[in-house]
Ligand binder design. Structure first.
Ligand SMILES: [Zn+2]
Length: 271
């Protein structure tokens, strides 16, 4: 339903003071830019660029020294496990705003967008701190998750010389969660019905194959450039890397070359 009429007007009036303010907490990187964190990040993302880890290679680069991957920007100020377990800072206006939404039933929260821009590369020994501003709050919107409001924040990252090194915008939806569907009872006396199997996600790369199944055909994908057949359906030819394909119907006769029996893990609810 969402808030309506006078109630909604009164609530939106309370939101106004939050637009354009800083959230009241400066996030200060606990460590200077350092090789260990860079290495862990690169290993986690399988980034093997030598300018992040090899001093000799970095010296030969335009940077002249080791630099941090720009996409690590936010990692330097994240408070770690305190994010999950810490008590909310009473000065945090962003949390206060979220509690205001909670108080009128918009208890759901989901992150929807983020953008980042990097002004300069961070080097070993740099220090980063950040300030976040609540940039805007949308009108009430009806979304697939429920009725709610989008909140946009902008976090500006600065170095010790107070120069901007990058920024990040972040959008969350605070929404009123929809009614949860009740467990469906079957005819045998109140026990929940067996779950329905999840359908495959359909798209450009596989819908044609399932359409074939629905029409009673077993289609085999064929590369339009080199003619090699492949199955199951996938976007690119493993032989020539072409993404152009058509298909031919299988005659339905053949011999099984190999198969797999999956024992565990079973998916709960399915036999
Ligand atoms: Zn091919």
């Amino acid at each position: 339903m969402g808030l309506q009429g006078k109630e909604r007007e009164a609530f939106e009036k309370k939101l106004e003071p939050y637009v354009g303010i800083e959230i009241g907490i400066e996030e200060i990187g606990r460590d200077e830019i350092n090789q260990s964190m860079i290495r862990h990040w690169c290993e986690a993302l399988d980034n093997r660029l030598p300018i992040y880890r090899d001093p000799d290679a970095a010296a030969q680069s335009v940077h002249g020294e080791i630099v941090a991957p720009p996409t690590m920007l936010q990692a330097w100020i994240l408070p770690g496990m305190a994010m999950a377990t810490g008590d909310p800072d009473p000065n945090d206006k962003q949390k206060e705003l979220h509690r205001l939404f909670d108080s009128v039933g918009y208890t759901g929260v989901v992150a929807t967008n983020t953008e980042q821009e990097y002004v300069r590369y961070l080097k070993l020994g740099d220090r980063v701190r950040a300030v976040t501003e609540i940039e805007s709050i949308s009108e009430q919107k009806a979304t697939g998750l429920g009725i709610g409001y989008f909140i946009d924040t902008r976090t500006t990252f600065r170095d010790d010389a107070d120069e901007v090194v990058g920024w990040m915008t972040f959008r969350v939806l605070k929404f009123e969660p929809g009614e949860q569907p009740e467990a469906v009872a079957d005819d045998s006396g109140g026990a929940p019905a067996k779950p329905v199997r999840i359908r495959p996600a359909l798209g450009h790369d596989n819908q044609w194959w399932w359409d074939g199944v629905a029409a009673g055909h077993f289609l085999i994908q064929r590369c339009e450039d080199c003619g090699v057949l492949r199955h199951p359906p996938r976007p690119m030819c493993g032989e020539c890397q072409s993404v152009r394909f058509d298909s031919i119907p299988s005659a339905g006769a053949g011999s099984v070359y190999s198969y797999v029996v999956i024992h565990y893990p079973e998916v709960p609810g399915y036999e």
